[in-house]
Design a protein around this ligand. Structure first.
Ligand code: ARG
Length: 407
C-alpha cells in the first residue's frame, strides 16, 4: 500500500490505496483518502499527511524522527543491520590479474567492487571465500620461458633478477617473436609441454615468474587494504581431466574438427547453428573456459559454496553465460546455488574511449594511482620501500646488447 514517493516534492512515501478502495466502499477516492487521513495515527513519525490529485495520500517523515533513528543506528555496533539467519558459504572471485602482465585499471574496478561485495556479505554474516583467480597458466608461459632462456636466463634461475616492468616488456617482445617466427613458436610449444609434464627446471622458472608478479600485486593489495586468497588457474590443473570425464558421461562432449567441445543452447552463429564451447583444443591444450569449469566444479564440490560471484569487465559476460550453462548441464550446480557474474563497464578516458596512455598502451594501475593523487602515491611508495621492493630497473640497461641479442 505504501510506496516510496515518485517525486520528493510529494514527501517521502505515498499511498494509492484510496483509489482502489473507492469502488468497494462506494464513494469518491478523495473522500476515502480524507477518511483514511482522519484516522491515521502517524504523528510520532510523520508531518500531517496531505491529500493530492485524485486521492493520493502523501507522507513526509519528521526530521526529528529521522535524526533520532540515525542516532540510534550510529550507537549500534551493527549500524542497524541485523545479521542473516541463513549464513551461506559464498565465493567471491575478484581482482584476478594476470601473471607477467601489469595490473591494469580494469583490475582496480574488479578489486574495489569485489572487495565491497565481500564486505557487505561478511557483515551480513555470510562465510565469504575471497578468491584471486590469477591468470598464472597457459601457453604464454612457454613463450615467455623460451624467450627468457635466450635473452635473460638468470631470470629463470634467480629471484629478483628482473622486475615486473622488465618482465612485461619481455612478454611483449616474446609475443612479437612468437607471432613472427614459426621456429620460435615451436620452441615455445615444447616449453609448454615441458612445463605441463612437470619438468623441475621449468616449474622453478615458472614459479620465479609468478613470484615476481605476485610481489608487485601485493604492493597494491596492501596499499588498498585488500584481503584475498590466491588460487590461480594453475590450481585447477589436476582437475581438468575430471571435467572432461564428467562432460563425457553427461553425454555433452562432442569432437569437432579435432577439438573437444560442448554445443551451447541459445548461442548461435549467423546461420543459426549452435556455437561450441571448446574445452580441449585440437593440440590437446585446455583453455580459460575449461579452467573455469573446473573452478565451478571445485567450488561447489569441495568448497561447498552456496553462491558464487564473479567480478570482471562486461566483455567476459558471454564467457560466463556459456560456462555457467555447461556447468549446469553437467549437473554440478544445484538449483539453489546461484552463479552470478557482476559485470562492469570499460574504464574510459576523457575521450569516452578505453583509457589508454598516449602511446596507445593500457594504463598501468600503478601509474594511475601514482598520477591521480599525490597522497596515495606517497603512501604507495613508502609501502614499496618497507617491502624492500627495488625501484624499477631501466630496461635499456639490460637489453638487448647485454644479453647478446643484437637485433
Ligand atoms: N584473469 C582474468 C582477467 O584479467 C579475470 C579472471 C576472472 N575470474 C575467472 N574465474 N575467470 O580478465
Amino acid at each position: 500500500m505504501l510506496g516510496v514517493a515518485t517525486n520528493p516534492k510529494f514527501g517521502d512515501y505515498q499511498a494509492n490505496v484510496a483509489l482502489s478502495l473507492a469502488k468497494r466502499v462506494g464513494c469518491s477516492p478523495r473522500e476515502v483518502a480524507e477518511r483514511v487521513i482522519a484516522h491515521l495515527r502517524v504523528e510520532d513519525c510523520c508531518e500531517a499527511p496531505t491529500l493530492a490529485g485524485p486521492g493520493f495520500i502523501n507522507l513526509t517523515l519528521k526530521p526529528d524522527y529521522l535524526s533520532d533513528w540515525l542516532r540510534r543506528i550510529e550507537a549500534d555496533d551493527r549500524l542497524g543491520i541485523v545479521a542473516t539467519t541463513h549464513p551461506q558459504r559464498v565465493v567471491v572471485d575478484f581482482s584476478s590479474p594476470n601473471i607477467a602482465k601489469e595490473m591494469h585499471v580494469g583490475h582496480l574496478r574488479s578489486t574495489i567492487i569485489g572487495d565491497a561485495i565481500a564486505h557487505v556479505l561478511e557483515f551480513q554474516g555470510h562465510d565469504v571465500l575471497r578468491l584471486n583467480h590469477v591468470g598464472d597458466w597457459g601457453t604464454q608461459f612457454g613463450m615467455l620461458i623460451a624467450y627468457l632462456r635466450e635473452v635473460c636466463p638468470e631470470a629463470l634461475t634467480t629471484s629478483d633478477a628482473i622486475d615486473l616492468g622488465d618482465l612485461v616488456a619481455f612478454y611483449k617482445q616474446a609475443k612479437q617473436r612468437f607471432d613472427e617466427n614459426p621456429e620460435f613458436k615451436e620452441t615455445a610449444r615444447l616449453e609448454v609441454v615441458k612445463l605441463q609434464s612437470g619438468d623441475a627446471e621449468s616449474h622453478k622458472a615458472w614459479q620465479l615468474l609468478c613470484n615476481q608478479s605476485r610481489r608487485e600485486f601485493q604492493v597494491i593489495y596492501d596499499w588498498l587494504d585488500i584481503q584475498l586468497v590466491e588460487r590461480g588457474e594453475s590450481f585447477y590443473n589436476p582437475f581438468l581431466a575430471d571435467v572432461l570425464a564428467d562432460l563425457q558421461s553427461a553425454g555433452l562432449l562432442v569432437e569437432d574438427a579435432g577439438a573437444q567441445c560442448v554445443f551451447l543452447e541459445g548461442f548461435t552463429n549467423k546461420d543459426g547453428d549452435a556455437l561450441p564451447l571448446i574445452v580441449k583444443k585440437s593440440d590437446g591444450a585446455y583453455n580459460y573456459a575449461t579452467t573455469d569449469l573446473a573452478a565451478i566444479r571445485y567450488r561447489l564440490g569441495q568448497d561447498k559454496a552456496e553462491r558464487v560471484i564473479y567480478v570482471t569487465d562486461a566483455g567476459q559476460s558471454s564467457h560466463f553465460a556459456q560456462v555457467f550453462q555447461v556447468a549446469k548441464r553437467a549437473g554440478w550446480v544445484p538449483d539453489t546455488v546461484p552463479l552470478i557474474h557482476v559485470p562492469f563497464g570499460l574504464v574510459q578516458g576523457e575521450d569516452g574511449k578505453r583509457l589508454k596512455t598516449r602511446s596507445g598502451d593500457t594504463v598501468r594501475l600503478k601509474d594511475l594511482l601514482d598520477e591521480r593523487s599525490h597522497g596515495p602515491a606517497r603512501i604507495f611508495r613508502s609501502v614499496w620501500k618497507q617491502k624492500g621492493v627495488r625501484r624499477q630497473m631501466s630496461l635499456s640497461s639490460i637489453q638487448p646488447k647485454r644479453w647478446g641479442l643484437g637485433q
